[in-house]
Design a protein around this ligand. Structure first.
Ligand SMILES: Nc1ncnc2c1ncn2[C@@H]1O[C@H](COP(=O)(O)OP(=O)(O)O)[C@@H](O)[C@H]1O
Ligand SMILES: CC(=O)N[C@@H](CCC(=O)OP(=O)(O)O)C(=O)O
Length: 262
């Protein structure tokens, strides 16, 4: 048995709500043990882009990222969101260090090749520098990671935060018993998207296919679950999807949807 590690991902709807975000950060700071926070912020990027009269276009949950949009997401994820989260965690007594995937070379990607769609400056993850991340953890720092990665040719690339969390969890699974927790604004994966209390407590691949076919699981939940199953299939000990207000309960298996391989 290795030591436990929490890899927690917080989504953009919570980040965009100051009260909900502050409650989440308080809970995250109280989570005892070794931990990493990966954050999104898509909603904030869309709002700031609109103020700059830059239109947002999403395909399959991924942002089409041309050069003006890359500048926006760099400023929003790497600056505004990341640094505010770090400041709030520091105030809560958690020694957070804010990083993009480029800092310390922790997450390298390759610019997504153009097939039918040109996503622009979007990165597909190739390598996580688990040794470097482990060095930060051994210094008692709590990495807070923004959804930006870097390529070998020096590009900064926009990268989906759910995928970053899954890749980080998989890379650290060689060193720790990793508990990957996706926090968002609902109580878990719902069997009826209209009923916030219809939380599925445990989800297998077969059930996932059924709910996807019926339309009960749709939109952003599909890539999130694909990332969740990918993590479990590649060495991550436990994956949970839960409400941001229930992080500490989910950490002990008492809330949210636990993903199972069958
Ligand atoms: N069955 C479901 N249960 C819960 N959420 C669902 C379901 N199907 C679709 N969703 C949608 O998935 C969204 C979460 O995905 P996403 O927007 O990518 O989250 P995040 O904010 O964490 O990045 C929820 O806001 C919800 O609207
Ligand atoms: C390539 C790509 O789509 N990147 C995402 C990164 C942010 C993100 O994932 O934020 P949430 O977790 O809040 O959705 C985007 O720009 O929306």
């Amino acid at each position: 048995m290795s030591q436990p590690l929490y890899v927690v991902k917080i989504g953009g709807n919570v980040i965009d709500n100051p009260e909900a975000c502050s409650r989440f950060l308080e809970a995250f700071s109280k989570l005892s043990g070794t931990k990493i926070l990966v954050h999104g912020g898509g909603k904030v990027a869309t709002q700031i882009a609109a103020k700059l009269q830059i239109e947002t276009q999403m395909v399959d949950g991924r942002r089409i990222t041309d050069k003006p949009m890359l500048d926006v997401v760099t400023m929003v994820y790497g600056g505004l969101v990341n640094k505010n989260l770090v400041a709030m965690l520091q105030a809560a007594g958690c020694n957070a260090i804010g990083l993009t995937g480029a800092d310390g070379g922790i997450i390298r990607s390759v610019k997504r090749p153009v097939k039918t769609i040109d996503y622009g400056f979007v990165g597909d993850i190739e390598e996580v520098n688990d040794i470097q991340v482990n060095a930060l953890l051994h210094s008692s720092l709590v990495p807070v990671i923004a959804p930006l990665t870097y390529s070998n040719d020096g590009l900064l690339l926009n990268t989906n935060a759910d995928t970053m969390a899954s890749a980080m969890a998989v890379a650290m699974a060689g060193h720790y018993d990793v508990n990957l927790i996706y926090c968002f604004e609902k109580k878990g994966v719902l069997s009826d998207p209209e009923d916030d209390n219809s939380v599925i407590s445990s989800l297998t691949p077969g059930q996932y296919i059924g709910f996807k076919d019926s339309g009960a699981i749709n939109k952003g939940m599909i890539p999130k679950l694909d990332n969740a199953f990918a993590a479990l299939n590649t060495g991550v000990a436990k994956v949970t999807i839960c409400h941001a207000d229930e992080l500490r309960e989910a950490a002990i298996g008492a809330a949210g949807t636990v993903i199972h391989l069958g």
